[in-house]
Design a protein around this ligand. Structure first.
Ligand code: FUL
Length: 405
């Protein structure tokens, strides 16, 4: 029945349409060459010589990213913004004589380049003295409030679930509901990700979704109280380098274009959003190798999918796309109008040649976007047949592409 169909909020639908978004891991680890700081680092270590957030935003935009999420505070507790609630921040760094604010510069640069902005604020904090006590929750909410009220529109708030405290470590009872309330109060349109109700971690750090990744998920008792099933779309996070933070030794290990494209097919092409991390170096710039790769990646996605050979939309169990004459094709893209839900549950795409239809590809979930690649084949039309659906399928786009012709 139609009324049972789970649909996204308007913010979730808009987020899904962004398809590729960026992560920026930057902080004290950039200067200590570590992935996880212990919180004992001196703020004086943070001293990027040429920080230029506009350079980040431009390079990420060329890659096709629509939103940038910056690590305002990682597990080491060092804040990239001027917080009134801790001394462990850029205010005690030599950078910009202690007056600098990376969150401000990044938010401004993103806006100037037409990108949305969000932040990562690590719940796990190895510097805060009160970590492990109720007072820490109040501290965390104060920081959240600062970030939500002083930097303009926030599109995504990323709550990391990671906690590396050993068995004898400090244990914090997080006030998640309280954290969510602070976000909802100050930025009702912001999406809360990972340890939050609006966006789901795909479950690996390789950027790969499942074959039939569905945004309709069983409700989480604490995050979605009183519900059975919810719209909880997958986000695929992955770094362009082996580490999340910059390490000079990884300058030659920037992922190849092929690898990034493989990730693209298995994230965006599987009904998920790709969150691609690109870490600034000690200068406070994205390294030349990463910048070049980002440009190649953006260009390749455009080259492959910027313009279809033919496309249509349609409703019903069968949607046909007539190519007029025989065309060599090797990709099919399907998109459902997800504001009306993920209606298709099983489908097949067939191609017409020599007076008969034959199967090109098949699957279960479509959702926002499904990209299928196959051996080049000459067809004069294709059709999408929904074999099972929750209600009448609404196909926003059925398109064919070719790299081989
Ligand atoms: C993990 C963290 O521990 C990593 O350092 C990184 O921030 C990654 C995105 O999430 O849980």
């Amino acid at each position: 029945m139609k009324s049972d169909i789970i649909t996204p909020t308007e913010e979730q639908a808009q987020w899904q349409a962004m398809e590729v978004i960026a992560f920026i891991h930057f902080g004290i680890n950039t200067f200590t060459n570590r992935e996880w700081g212990d919180g004992k680092e001196s703020p004086s270590l943070f001293d990027p010589s040429e920080l230029n957030a506009r350079q980040w935003a431009r390079a990420l935009k060329r890659a096709g990213c629509k939103l940038v999420i910056l690590t305002a505070k990682h597990h080491d507790g060092f804040c990239l913004f001027q917080s009134r609630h801790t001394e462990h921040s850029v205010k005690h760094s030599p950078w910009r004589e202690g007056k600098g604010d990376v969150v401000r510069e990044a938010a401004d640069a993103c806006r100037a380049e037409g990108l949305k902005f969000g932040f990562y604020l690590s719940p796990w904090d190895r510097n805060a003295q009160n970590y492990g006590t109720p007072a820490y929750n109040a501290y965390f909410k104060d920081q959240l409030t600062e970030l939500l009220t002083q930097y303009g529109e926030i599109t995504e708030v990323w709550f990391d679930g990671a906690n590396g405290e050993g068995p004898n470590g400090k244990r914090q009872e997080y006030d998640w509901q309280g954290f969510y309330q602070v976000v909802r109060r100050h930025q009702p349109k912001a999406l809360i990700a990972i340890s939050g109700p609006d966006i789901r971690w795909v479950g690996n750090e390789d950027g790969l979704a499942r074959l039939d990744e569905t945004s309709v998920q069983p409700a989480h008792p604490e995050m979605h109280p009183g519900k059975q099933k919810v719209w909880y779309p997958a986000e695929c996070d992955v770094s362009i380098r082996p580490g999340w933070f910059y390490h000079e030794a990884e300058d030659g290990k920037v992922k190849s274009l092929d690898h990034l494209m493989k990730i693209y097919y298995q994230s965006v092409g599987r009904n998920s959003v790709l969150l691609l991390n690109v870490p600034p170096d000690k200068r406070g710039l994205l390294h030349e190798n990463d910048v070049a790769r980002l440009a190649e990646f953006g260009a390749e996605v455009q080259m492959r999918f910027g313009k279809s050979l033919a496309e249509t939309k349609g409703k019903g169990a069968v949607v046909e796309l007539d190519l007029g004459v025989l065309h060599r094709i090797d990709h099919v893209m399907i998109q459902e109008a997800i504001r009306q839900g993920e209606r298709i549950q099983s489908w097949v795409v067939e191609g017409f040649a020599q007076e008969k239809w034959s199967k090109l590809c098949e699957g279960k979930i479509v959702g926002h976007k499904r990209i299928e690649r196959f051996e080049p084949v000459d067809v004069s039309k294709i059709r999408l047949r929904a074999l099972e659906s929750l209600a009448e399928p609404i196909v926003e786009k059925l398109a064919v592409y070719s790299q081989s012709s």
